[in-house]
Design a protein around this ligand. Structure first.
Ligand SMILES: *Cc1c(COP(=O)(O)O)cnc(C)c1O
Length: 370
């Protein structure tokens, strides 16, 4: 048996016809950049995410960049975020000349440790940028309280969390804005790069809409310097074809995660393995990540010999990246993020994963002899 980390083919066969019809629609229209497909997707995603507006852009990375640009984040400003995320979370801050200020993570959810945020706030802090890692929301109530008490803006990096919920509120609807990625392997994946920003603040939305088209009021009138980060109609059409299936897919991921945890907790190993902790709320399981404190690399190697795909998200925390040496962080500054980088890895998880595949994965884990 072979179990890939993710199987996009399996999903494609189930949406092939509607995706191809959407692609034909765009080619027949010959309108490739923005246009009605994009504005319809924006309305549909806003509704799905419980916001009044959504603004499409070229990628999740650009969604973060545009949201921070719309807040005039730049030199002299600090943005508090997690060191345990995809690189784009930190780079969007640094790219604008602002300073990423990292706060360690909770060892169970891998999201920001909300008890450590207050001590990181300085007079320069303007934004809190929590990440909803692996499809589970960061603890938004304390984050929103801290922001309110300190006059800070909350931007959610919801790239892995479309449809996730915290106390009934959807990811991307709790802060001033939510930043989403439609990278092909995300829960809702495009046929290439794509992203979107959700918000219910009309002035903020208007500014983001300008910034994605070079800061233009009209085609040739520029009030500010933006970037070119439009969403392609092809991507929007493909995403619209897939969006109606998203809840079914995310529910299926969550169900398979439940099965993994049940099987793994019943299995017998002579080493320690921790299954994911689900807080109150809807976890959409973009990834199913386990912690193996002693023998992570050996176990991954063993699973590879059994044709099982695994991956470490993320092997090097942001504060230890070479490009961020100038920030002055060092090994030991964020022990939980560093431990997670050493001890965790993702098992295969996608909506079409079969029970037999899951049993094979767990049996193979059981067979591992450290
Ligand atoms: C995927 C991802 C991004 C960036 O999205 P792209 O569309 O790949 O640019 C940002 N943050 C997180 C947490 C992500 O997982």
């Amino acid at each position: 048996m072979k179990v890939p980390l993710i199987d996009l083919q399996a999903q494609y066969v189930s949406v092939r016809e509607s995706v191809r019809a959407a692609v034909d629609r765009v080619f027949d229209s010959q309108q490739f950049v923005m246009g009605p497909e994009v504005s319809r997707l924006e309305a549909e995603v806003a509704q799905y995410c419980q916001t009044t507006e959504a603004i499409g852009c070229a990628s999740g990375s650009d969604a973060l960049l545009l949201a921070l640009m719309a807040l005039d984040v730049g030199a002299g400003i600090e943005v508090i975020t997690t060191p345990f995320s995809f690189f784009a979370t930190g780079s969007a801050i640094a790219r604008l000349g602002a300073r990423p200020v990292f706060v360690d993570i909770d060892p169970h959810t891998y999201n920001l440790n909300v008890d450590r945020i207050a001590e990181a706030i300085t007079p320069q802090t303007r934004v809190l940028l929590p990440v909803h890692l692996y499809g589970q929301c960061a603890e938004m109530n304390p984050i929103l309280d801290i922001a309110k008490a300190n006059g800070l803006v909350v931007i959610e990096d919801a790239a892995q969390a479309i449809g996730a919920e915290d106390h009934g509120r959807r990811a991307g609807s709790m802060g001033l804005a939510g930043c989403f990625s439609f990278y092909p392997t995300k829960n809702l994946g495009a046929a290439g790069d794509a992203g979107i920003i959700t918000t219910s603040d009309p002035a903020f939305a208007a500014k983001v809409r300008r910034l994605r088209v070079h800061g233009g009021l009209t085609e040739y009138e520029h009030v500010e310097v933006g970037i070119n980060s439009r969403l392609d109609a092809l991507q929007a059409a493909v995403l619209r074809a897939k969006l109606p299936r998203l809840d079914e897919w995310s529910d299926s991921r969550a169900e398979k995660a439940r099965i993994y945890s049940e099987l793994l907790e019943a299995a017998k190993f002579n080493f320690k393995l921790e299954t994911p902790v689900v807080r109150n709320g809807r976890h959409i399981f973009h990834q199913y990540v386990v912690r193996v404190p002693q023998h992570r690399d050996g176990l991954m190697q063993h699973l590879k010999t059994r044709d099982i795909g695994t991956k470490v998200y993320y092997p090097i925390p942001l504060h230890l990246q070479e490009c961020f040496v100038y920030l002055g962080y060092k090994q030991g500054d964020f022990p939980e993020a560093e431990k997670a980088a050493r001890e965790t890895f993702a098992l295969p998880l996608f909506p079409e994963l079969t029970q037999a595949q899951q049993e094979y994965v767990v049996k193979s884990v059981e067979e591992f002899r450290p």
